[in-house]
Ligand binder design. Structure first.
Ligand code: 3H9
Length: 688
C-alpha cells in the first residue's frame, strides 16, 4: 500500500500523505511524492495541493532511517522535484509541520496553514540541521534573523506568526480540505513561485554577537552552530551552492556521536511509556486531584495539575500555611502565564483551586498525592487518614523520594490503589516523574499514573521500590565518587569545572549549594545507622555545614554568594575543606569525569539488574530529565556503550585498587563485557 494518495477534484490534484502516526517521510513516502509530482506534471490538473492525513501535516524525515544506508530518492531531491514542477503546488498545512515536513512545504510554491498549526525546524535537537533545503529556503522567505531564530532555537512558531513573517501565505478557515481546495481554486493560473529563486538574504544584524550568545547557551552542543554556518552560507552562495554546502554540513553532523546520543534520547523518551504488562490496560478517569501539603513540592504539584486543566483541592493543616500555599501557587501561575503556559482564562484556573484544612474535602478526589514531611510514621498516618476519607477507586499516591512505598501502602486497606509519584522540584517545571510501582499496585493504577504524566506534559518512567528509586539511588553513588575525590585532595571547584565541561549545567558542588548543605547533612545522618564501616563520610561537607555554610540561602556554602547568585570560589571554604582532607592527591579533569561516570554507570547497571529500572534506556531518561545529564551524550548508559563497556569496567578495576569496597563492579556490567554485549542490546527487549 502506497502511503501517498492521488486524486483529481475539479482539475485540482489532491496529494495526501498517509503514513501514520506522524506522516514521517519514509522511503515509501519520498518515492510516492516523486511519483505523484510526475503524475501531476503529466495530467490535465491546473494546480496541486499536498496535505497530511490524520492529525498533522508531516512530522519530518523518518528518524528511524537515520544511521542506515540512504535509499533514493533523498529528501532534498524530493523537495527540489516539487519546487521544479512548472505547475503550482500548494502545501496545505494543519496540526504540525516539523523538520523535513516544513521543508516539503517550503519546496511548494504557496503555503496555506490552518489556525494554530505549529511550524518548526527542530533538527538541532536531534544533533543535525535542516538538510532538505531548510537552511537555504527559510532565510530567503523570512530573512536571516527570523530563520536563525527558528533553526537554532528549534522552537516551532504558530501559523499566525508564520503568516506575519512570510513563512506561509494564507491562514485557512473551517475544514482543511475545503480550505485547501478553495485556495487552489483562487490560485489557478498563478506562477509556480520558487522559494529557491528568491533573492539571497542579507546577513543578520549582528552575526558575531549571535554566534557568541549561541555558543554560551548550547555548552558543547555542536549542531546549532553548524546550522548557523549553513544559514550564513545562504547569504554568500548561490542557491545551488548553498544547498550543496547544507548537504555537506548535514552529512558531517549525521556522523557525530552527538547525533547518535540525541536520537537515542528521542526514542528512549517514547520507549519509557511502553511498560511491561500495561498494554490494553485502561487508565482510571482523573478530573479532580487532591494534594496534601502546600510546601514547595505540594504547591508545585498543584500548579502542574492546574496548568493541565484539572480541578485541585490542596489540604494544609492551618490557615497560615494554607495562605502561603495559595500565594506560592499564585506566583507559580503568574510565571507560567508569562511563559505562555496557561491554557484558558486565568480566572477559571484560579477557580479550579480549592484550599482546605480538612481531609474531608478530598472525599470525591480521583487521585490524592501526598507531599508532606519525609518520615515514615508521618506518611503512614496520612495514608491511614486518607484510607478513611477517599472514595472507592481513588488512587493514593506518595511523593516520597526514597521511602518504602510498600510500607506506606500497608498503612491502608487498599494497597492495590497506592503508587509512588516522585515529582522533581520545581514540580510544575521539571519534566521527570518516577512512577514507583509497589508490590501490590494494580496495573490500572500504574496506567493512570502514565496517563496523568502525559496530561501534565511530563516524561514518566516506571521505577521499582528501593532507597532512592532509580534517580536518587544512582545520584547518591556518583555523588559519593565526587566526594571521595575531594577527600583525597581534589578541589570541588575543579570537579565542578570538569563536569561543566562534560556538559552538565552545574557541577555537583554548585548543586549542593543550591539544594542546601543541611539537606545533604540530614541524608547522611539518616543513613549513618546503616552505614558500612568502610563507607567514607564526606567530613568536609559536615565541616562546612557546622560552619553555617549552608549554600546559596546562607550566602555561602562551597562558593561565596555575597556578590551575586553565581557565586565565587572562596579560599575560606577551601581552608575548611583542606582540614578535612585525608590526602593531597591530584586528579586530571579526565580522571574526574571518568570516576564520576563509572560510578554512575556501575550503580545504574545494578539498578537495571535488580529490576528497579526496566531497561538501561529508562535510566537514561531519568538522568536526562531529572539530573541535568547532558542530552547530547544520550544518557549515562548510552555514553557507556559509546565508550565501550570494557573500558568502563577497566576503569572500575583501576579505581578499585585504592578502594575495593566502593568500586565493586556490577555483575550485569561484568556479564555484558564477558558476552561482548552492550546496554543497547538490553533495550531491544520489546515490551509485550
Ligand atoms: C528531519 O526532518 C531531517 C530533515 O531536515 C532532513 C532530512 C534529509 N520519524 O511523539 P509522539 C514516532 S529530522 C520516525 O509520541 P505526538 C514516535 O517515535 C525530523 N518516527 O507523538 C512514536 O512512535 P511509537 C524532524 C517518528 O503526537 C510515534 O511516532 N522532526 C517521528 O506526541 C508518535 O510520536 C522532528 O524532530 C519521525 N520524525 O507528537 C519531529 N516522529 O508510537 C519529531 C515521531 O512507536 N517528532 N515518530 O513510540 C515529534 O516532535 C512528535 O512526534 C510530533 C507528534 C510533534 C510530530
Amino acid at each position: 500500500m502506497t502511503p501517498i494518495r492521488y486524486e483529481l477534484v475539479d482539475r485540482i490534484a489532491v496529494i495526501t500523505v498517509a503514513n501514520p502516526p506522524v506522516n514521517a517521510l519514509s522511503h515509501a513516502v519520498r518515492q510516492g511524492l516523486v511519483e505523484a509530482v510526475l503524475r501531476f506534471r503529466k495530467d490535465d490538473a491546473d494546480i496541486a495541493i499536498i496535505l497530511g492525513d490524520g492529525r498533522l501535516f508531516i512530522g519530518g524525515a523518518d528518524i528511524s532511517e537515520f544511521g542506515k544506508p540512504l535509499k533514493a530518492p533523498s529528501l532534498p531531491e524530493v523537495v527540489s522535484d516539487i519546487e521544479a514542477c512548472p505547475k503550482p503546488i500548494i502545501a496545505a498545512i494543519h496540526g504540525t509541520a516539523l523538520g523535513g515536513g516544513l521543508e516539503v512545504a517550503l519546496g511548494c510554491h504557496y503555503r496555506l496553514a490552518m489556525p494554530g498549526t505549529k511550524l518548526g525546524l527542530p533538527e538541532v535537537t536531534l544533533g543535525i540541521l535542516p538538510g532538505a533545503g531548510g537552511t537555504q529556503r527559510t532565510p530567503r522567505l523570512v530573512g536571516f534573523d527570523a530563520a536563525a531564530d527558528m533553526i537554532t532555537s528549534s522552537k516551532p512558531i504558530l501559523a499566525e506568526k508564520a503568516l506575519e513573517i512570510g513563512l506561509v501565505d494564507r491562514i485557512g478557515q473551517g475544514d482543511l480540505r475545503d480550505a485547501a481546495l478553495a485556495y487552489a481554486d483562487d490560485m489557478r493560473g498563478a506562477p509556480a513561485r520558487q522559494t529557491g529563486a528568491m533573492a539571497a538574504p542579507v546577513p543578520g544584524t549582528d552575526l558575531a554577537a549571535r554566534r557568541t550568545a549561541l555558543t554560551k547557551r548550547i555548552r558543547g552542543e555542536v549542531a546549532p552552530l553548524v546550522a548557523l554556518d549553513a544559514i550564513e552560507a545562504s547569504t554568500r552562495l548561490s542557491f545551488r551552492d548553498g544547498l550543496a554546502e547544507e548537504r555537506r554540513l548535514f552529512m558531517h553532523l549525521m556522523d557525530t556521536p552527538q547525533r547518535a546520543g540525541l536520537i537515542h534520547a528521542f526514542f528512549s523518551e517514547r520507549a519509557v511509556t511502553k511498560v511491561d504488562g500495561l498494554k490494553g490496560v485502561a487508565p482510571r478517569d482523573i478530573a479532580h486531584v487532591g494534594v496534601i501539603g502546600g510546601g514547595t513540592m505540594g504547591a508545585g504539584i498543584a500548579t502542574a495539575a492546574l496548568l493541565a486543566g484539572l480541578r485541585v483541592t490542596l489540604v494544609e493543616r492551618d490557615n497560615a500555611p494554607a495562605d502561603r500555599a495559595r500565594a506560592t501557587i499564585g506566583s507559580n501561575l503568574d510565571a507560567a502565564q508569562k511563559r505562555g503556559k496557561l491554557k484558558g482564562a486565568r480566572e477559571s484556573v484560579d477557580k479550579a483551586l480549592n484550599i482546605a484544612l480538612d481531609y474531608e474535602a478530598l472525599s470525591d478526589a480521583d487521585l490524592i498525592i501526598e507531599a508532606v514531611f519525609e518520615d515514615m510514621e508521618v506518611k503512614r498516618d496520612v495514608f491511614q487518614a486518607l484510607d478513611n476519607v477517599a472514595k472507592a477507586g481513588a488512587i493514593l499516591a506518595t511523593n516520597t523520594s526514597y521511602l518504602d512505598v510498600n510500607q506506606i501502602a500497608q498503612a491502608t486497606t487498599r494497597p492495590q490503589d497506592v503508587v509512588g509519584l516522585h515529582f522533581f522540584s520545581p514540580a510544575h517545571i521539571m519534566r521527570l516523574l518516577e512512577v514507583v510501582v509497589a508490590d501490590q499496585t494494580a496495573p490500572d493504577v500504574t496506567a493512570t499514573a502514565f496517563a496523568l504524566a502525559k496530561r501534565l506534559g511530563k516524561v514518566a518512567v516506571r521505577a521499582g521500590v528501593c532507597d532512592g528509586f532509580i534517580g536518587n539511588r544512582i545520584l547518591s553513588t556518583y555523588r559519593a565518587a565526587a566526594d571521595h575525590m575531594v577527600l583525597d585532595g581534589a578541589s570541588p571547584y575543579d570537579i565542578d569545572r570538569a563536569l561543566r565541561d562534560f556538559g552538565f549545567a552545574m557541577g555537583p558542588y554548585q548543586v549542593s549549594d543550591l539544594a542546601g548543605l543541611d539537606i545533604g547533612f540530614a541524608t547522611r545522618e539518616r543513613k549513618a545507622a546503616n552505614a558500612h564501616p568502610r563507607d567514607r563520610r564526606p567530613v568536609f561537607a559536615d565541616a562546612l555545614y557546622h560552619a553555617g555554610r549552608l549554600g546559596q540561602k546562607a550566602g555561602r556554602g562551597y562558593y561565596d554568594y555575597s556578590e551575586d547568585r553565581k557565586g565565587r570560589e572562596d579560599p575560606e571554604a577551601l581552608r575548611i575543606i583542606a582540614e578535612a582532607q585525608t590526602s593531597q592527591r591530584s586528579f586530571s579533569a579526565d580522571d574526574m569525569v571518568r570516576r564520576y561516570m563509572a560510578a554512575m554507570v556501575n550503580e545504574a547497571a545494578k539498578v537495571v539488574d535488580e529490576g528497579i529500572a526496566a531497561r538501561p534506556l529508562d535510566v537514561d531518561v531519568v538522568l536526562l530529565h531529572g539530573y541535568g545529564f547532558p542530552r547530547w551524550h544520550g544518557g549515562p548508559m548510552h555514553w557507556a556503550d559509546a565508550q565501550g563497556l570494557e573500558r568502563v569496567l577497566q576503569d572500575i578495576a583501576r579505581f578499585a585498587q585504592d578502594d575495593d569496597h566502593f568500586w565493586q563492579p556490577a555483575p550485569l556490567l561484568t556479564k555484558l563485557v564477558a558476552d561482548g554485549r552492550s546496554f543497547a542490546d538490553l533495550n531491544r527487549k520489546e515490551a509485550p
